[in-house]
Design a protein around this ligand. Structure first.
Ligand code: FES
Length: 347
């Protein structure tokens, strides 16, 4: 029903008007609870025992998967080839997934099939509970603990504790195994670049003459004679470089890096110093190089300084020059590890 307020010339829905006692009119009937149906396990001890065995089964699955993970961690190391890394990651991932899934399914099934199924209603109340309610909540928790019958179900208790106690090992063992190690940082200190290695186009491997590089052009570059049979794929990934030619007058070079470019041609590692995506989007007008993953932006004209985004350090620069035939060559390897900067902090 609606009423019209002539003073403000508005119509108000009367069903929403607050009563003087602070309550709203009843707008619909309280439908109450649907009819309660007991679960089989509530009346049949056999069904109850069966549910318990199912929970135990999933905890045991979790235990076996964690043990499998630990064995695989030592028995299937990542190796050096992409295939062996994939295999190792796959086996470890499956172990972790089944281990967690086992605990999850066991916990849910325990709650659904074995815990108290009594229906309870609670009226809404103000946010802070009264002291009595809080005490009641503690009682309910205690009741829940008693309902789970953890004291009586010793097998279930043992397997649950076993699953929960073992699972952290799947995280701790790999971490402890690397404490004091270099977390493979050493691998990123050296790439295939060395003094005299020609810069070639990726993927054709064609050497690049400095005279062929026009101002504004961009080259994706790999070391000359990159033999992927002799060198695994990750060696190529580490060595890949982005080369750009700018007007030499636009280059801002640190005093100790003035000789690292050639006629405005500069070369930087293509691996983003944030988390390692390949930076590849070059904006010729601003000289900005953008990483598509999280938008870190590097100024190629200013030592690949970070001008935006989450990366914390510039892209490592590859010092270059030309050989006797005018081909671009590296002066040396990179002078710092390529890739994400957390490696730098660890060394
Ligand atoms: S990996 Fe480049 S911005 Fe995150």
């Amino acid at each position: 029903m609606s009423i019209h307020d002539p003073e403000d010339d508005v119509t108000i829905d009367n069903s929403l008007v607050l009563r003087e006692d602070g309550t709203y009119p009843e707008r619909f009937e309280n439908p109450g609870h649907p009819e309660h149906h007991d679960r089989m396990g509530d009346s049949d001890p056999k069904a109850n025992k069966k549910a318990e065995r199912q929970v135990v089964f999933f905890f045991v699955i979790s235990i076996l998967a964690t043990i499998g993970f630990l064995i695989a961690y030592f028995a299937v190391p990542p190796g050096k080839t992409p295939e062996s890394m994939r295999t190792s990651n796959f086996v470890l991932g499956i172990g972790l997934a089944i281990s967690l899934l086992g605990i999850g399914i066991a916990a849910v099934h325990w709650g659904k099939a074995l815990m108290n199924d009594h229906e309870k209603s609670e009226e809404r109340h103000e946010q802070r509970s009264s002291d009595e309610t809080r005490e009641a909540a503690v009682e309910v928790l205690k009741e829940g603990a008693a309902d789970s019958a953890i004291g009586r179900r010793t097998l279930l208790q043992g397997t649950m504790l076993g699953a929960l106690a073992l699972f952290p090992l799947a995280i701790l063992v790999p971490i402890i195994g690397n404490v004091g190690g270099d977390w493979n940082v050493g691998q990123f200190k050296h790439t295939m670049w060395k003094k005299g290695t020609r810069l070639t186009t990726d993927p054709s491997g064609r050497p690049i003459k400095a005279s062929d590089v026009t101002i504004g052009s961009v080259f994706h570059v790999i070391p000359d004679k990159l033999d992927l049979q002799a060198h695994p794929l990750d060696e190529k990934a580490k060595s890949i470089v982005l080369m750009v030619r700018l007007d030499p007058s636009e280059l801002k070079e640190a005093p100790n890096k003035k000789s690292w470019s050639y006629n405005g041609i500069v070369a930087y590692s293509k691996i983003c110093t944030h988390v390692g995506c390949p930076v590849a989007l070059y904006e010729q007008q601003t000289h900005h190089l953008l990483c598509p993953c999280h938008q870190s932006t590097f100024d190629v004209a200013d030592g690949a300084r970070v001008v935006f985004g989450p990366a914390k350090r510039p892209l490592p620069q590859l010092p270059i020059t030309v050989d006797d035939e005018g081909y671009l060559v590296a002066q040396s390897d990179f002078h710092e590890p390529v890739g994400p900067s957390f490696w730098e902090r660890l060394t």
